[in-house]
Design a protein around this ligand. Structure first.
Ligand SMILES: *Cc1c(COP(=O)(O)O)cnc(C)c1O
Length: 478
């Protein structure tokens, strides 16, 4: 009998849908790489697109291929060399393809039986990454869904290890006010993690930054003392590698020493820039990361894979088993502790994706050097762009770029408007113009344009064109 469920699971139907989609994506990739004129972010407001899809949803007919094409057309084009906005990678197609394998097999990963191959591959990938950082014999870790979850995982482990009271089992002690120190440039997920753990606003002790927008390590002692005087129990300190807004790397080595001397947990947020470890030219930026008690790296930022895939590494893997020590008996079935292969015991997730496959496939297919090439060329390009800006009389940099994130602003000749207004207007004009996708940020109350060079094919010439587009917004006064 023809069950209605035959169709969704029909192998022939799967082929019929899959092959054209691969063609569509390959053509799309080729259009992007050839810089075929297309709006990088197709201009459309939320209401418009909502109306479109509401109407589409009510239509009788459906053409899967047409649907895929419309989604491609309406999306922001991360693979276009003029995409220089937020920090997500243009995934290497092989990584995206392997993600499909993972989605298809859908092994849930909570326990070994629910993901035998991917569990073993995850351990290989984690050990490889920990070796890259030189974290030592006892290191280990897990993959988790994103840097925000990764930062929370690291800080939960910190609390278990340092706070001298088992909050996980017994709840917070009356009057105990835990806190973490981190630079005022930190990603908001650190503050969010502190709030999720019930530490509130005061649970984050902000370290002021120096002129390079790095944590000012001469202030650590001061900050710490002030926090203690305010009745806080500081248990951890976080180093940025690098910060999100401006790409500044903190002095991890100095922070590690400070952490050791005060018995604090040292967590490194390397979501974006931890991948510098792969570059001989830039790995000095993460010097000190090997001393971290916990460290995160987002593979979906500077390592060419689709979101979300984050490594949480521990210098002493045992901490990774304490983080979520509560027993979900039906899953873990009373077995002895420290079974590395039962993932859910160690992660925020119960079910999670088979994240390790795409990383493994990329490394084996193309070799380790792709990560180094990718990072080094993108960081180099940022430096070259900064040099170009320095030669432009009407553009300015707030700070030298340390990574592939560059902030800059424009002061049009003869301008009389406040520069913040001018640069916010430029960002809006760039959105309307849609040849480039650029974002903006505030540094010391000033508005700057901000680019992140995520695309492997963006060139200095593209960036020169960007400056010309910006200049053309302001015709020279007659
Ligand atoms: C992106 C980012 C995060 C958050 O990571 P998600 O994967 O987006 O959750 C945390 N810290 C830094 C420094 C980041 O750049």
């Amino acid at each position: 009998m023809d069950s209605p469920l035959n169709h969704p699971y029909d192998p022939q139907e799967f082929r019929a849908h899959a092959y054209p989609l691969i063609e569509q994506l390959a053509n799309y990739l080729s259009d992007c790489r050839n810089r075929k004129p297309m709006p990088v972010l197709p201009p459309a407001n939320p209401e418009e697109l909502y109306a479109y899809w509401s109407q589409h949803f009510n239509q009788e007919s459906f053409d899967y291929q047409q649907f895929c094409q419309t989604v491609i057309d309406q999306s922001i084009h991360i693979h276009h060399p003029h995409y220089i906005g937020h920090q997500v990678s243009p995934p290497a197609p092989l990584a995206a393809l392997t993600e499909m394998l993972s989605a298809f097999l859908n092994n849930g990963m909570a326990i070994y039986e629910m993901g035998p191959a991917s569990t073993a591959i995850e351990r290989v990938v984690i050990e490889w990454l920990a070796r890259q950082f030189g974290m030592g014999e006892r290191s280990g870790g897990v993959l988790t869904s994103g840097g925000s979850a990764g930062n929370l995982t690291g800080l939960l482990a910190a609390r278990q290890a340092i706070c001298k009271h088992n909050v996980w089992d017994q709840g917070a002690l009356e009057g105990q006010k835990l806190a973490v120190m981190v630079s005022e440039e930190a990603h908001y997920s650190v503050a969010r993690a502190a709030r999720m753990m019930g530490w509130g606003d005061q649970g984050v002790v902000k370290i002021p930054v120096n002129e390079k927008l790095q944590a000012d390590t001469t202030q650590l002692e001061n900050c710490y003392k002030t926090a203690l005087n305010n009745g806080l129990q500081v248990i951890a300190i976080v180093g940025n590698a690098c910060s999100t807004s401006t790409g500044a790397y903190d002095d991890l080595h100095a922070i590690a020493e400070f952490a050791r001397s005060h018995n604090l947990w040292f967590h490194v947020d390397g979501a974006h820039g931890g991948a510098a470890i792969f570059s001989e030219k830039y790995n000095h930026l993460v010097r000190g990361a090997e001393q971290a008690d916990s460290l995160i790296v987002d593979f979906h930022k500077m390592m060419m894979v689709p979101a979300l895939t984050t490594a949480v590494l521990f210098r002493n893997e045992a901490h990774s088993f304490e983080t979520f020590a509560q027993k979900a008996e039906y899953l873990l079935a009373n077995k002895s502790d420290n079974q590395w292969f039962n993932g859910a015991a160690r992660t925020l997730e119960c079910t999670k994706k088979m994240m390790s496959l795409k990383i493994y496939a990329l490394i084996k297919q193309y070799g380790l050097s792709i990560f180094s090439d990718y990072l080094t060329t993108r960081y180099d390009l940022a430096k070259d762009f900064a040099e170009m800006i320095r030669h432009e009389p009407d553009f300015e940099l707030p700070v030298e770029p340390q990574s592939n994130i560059v902030c800059f602003r424009y002061c049009p000749p003869g301008n009389k408007m406040p520069l913040n207004q001018v640069n916010a207007a430029i960002r809006n004009k760039l959105l309307e113009d849609s040849q480039f996708y650029v974002v903006q940020t505030n540094i010391r109350e000033k508005v700057y344009l901000r680019i992140t060079l995520m695309n492997p094919f963006t060139t200095l010439n593209d960036l020169a064109n960007l400056l010309n587009v910006i200049k053309n917004f302001f015709p020279a006064p007659k």
